[in-house]
Design a protein around this ligand. Structure first.
Ligand SMILES: Nc1ncnc2c1ncn2[C@@H]1O[C@H](COP(=O)(O)OP(=O)(O)O)[C@@H](O)[C@H]1O
Ligand SMILES: [Mg+2]
Length: 242
């Protein structure tokens, strides 16, 4: 028998009023995996993420985490269980220092527990040495790439069992995108599973083990990432090839 997936979506539908933005999707993330959900603008990627984190709960279907049904539980409880997301557009605290931003990450999950905070911060600094250099600087003064690292670092401070990233490469220069993807690989190599949402299909499929393609709220393809990279439909629709 196959092991229970870490995360499982079963027939998840999400509505905004009468509009059905996600139309009954099935997805899985297993322990240790990087899984990517790719699709164009407006396909329903962020909506799917917000349904998993219960910021906007599914209208129908179930979300299971570690085999338990978490559909409809309050979003803070979802974080408490270890599902931590880095939202689209990063949302760091611009006037707080880098260090304070990281500190806030620990409180997202474990209110008031300062034990081990120093160790966690050091771990994040090891992953992102530039954040250590800039630890006293206000978050808002960092470059786009550095802010993305800070947002990911802050999420790691909450000790995620699943890290969800919403378009981490958005608006970043190609070289910085490379760095961010290196970081994702490094985070995963520490055993943290990642659900990676991207429009940048090339990079995302390069980083992931498996992928799902979403179009107008439906999963139209799912496969091993290397298979999707070689798929003609994917190449035409998402990799700009003729
Ligand atoms: N708060 C909202 N109210 C109404 N419609 C929304 C809202 N957020 C997103 N949508 C619609 O849902 C669909 C999916 O959006 P979204 O999940 O943000 O797509 P993606 O992240 O793939 O770009 C789009 O048609 C979008 O216009
Ligand atoms: Mg989005």
């Amino acid at each position: 028998m196959a092991a229970t997936p870490l995360l499982e979506l079963k027939g998840v539908k999400v509505r905004y009023g009468v509009i059905e933005a996600v139309k009954g999707i099935d997805m899985k993330v297993n322990e240790g995996e990087v899984v990517t959900l790719i699709g164009g603008n407006g396909a329903g990627k962020t909506t799917t993420l917000r349904a998993i984190s219960m910021i906007h709960a599914p209208a129908e279907g179930q979300v299971l985490f570690q085999g338990e049904d978490i559909t409809g539980v309050p979003s803070h409880e979802v974080v408490g269980r270890g599902i931590v997301q880095v939202p689209e557009g990063r949302h760091i605290f611009p006037s707080m220092s880098v260090y304070e931003n990281l500190e806030m990450g620990a409180f997202i999950r474990d209110k008031g527990d300062r034990k081990g905070l120093g160790e966690e911060v050091e771990r994040v600094y090891e992953l992102f040495p530039v954040l250590k250099e800039r630890r006293k600087q206000a978050g808002g003064t960092l470059s786009g790439g550095e802010q993305q690292m800070l947002a990911i670092g802050r999420a790691l401070m909450a000790k995620p069992k699943l890290l969800m990233l919403d378009e981490p490469s958005m608006g970043l220069a190609p070289q910085v995108v490379e760095t961010v993807f290196d970081v994702i690989a490094q985070v995963n190599s520490e055993g943290i599973p990642v659900l990676l949402i991207e429009q940048n299909a090339q990079m995302a499929l390069g980083a992931a083990k498996r992928g799902y393609v979403i179009e107008t709220g439906e999963i139209v393809l799912e496969d091993r990432a290397e298979k999707l990279l070689g798929n003609d439909e994917v190449r035409k629709a998402y990799l700009g090839e003729e």
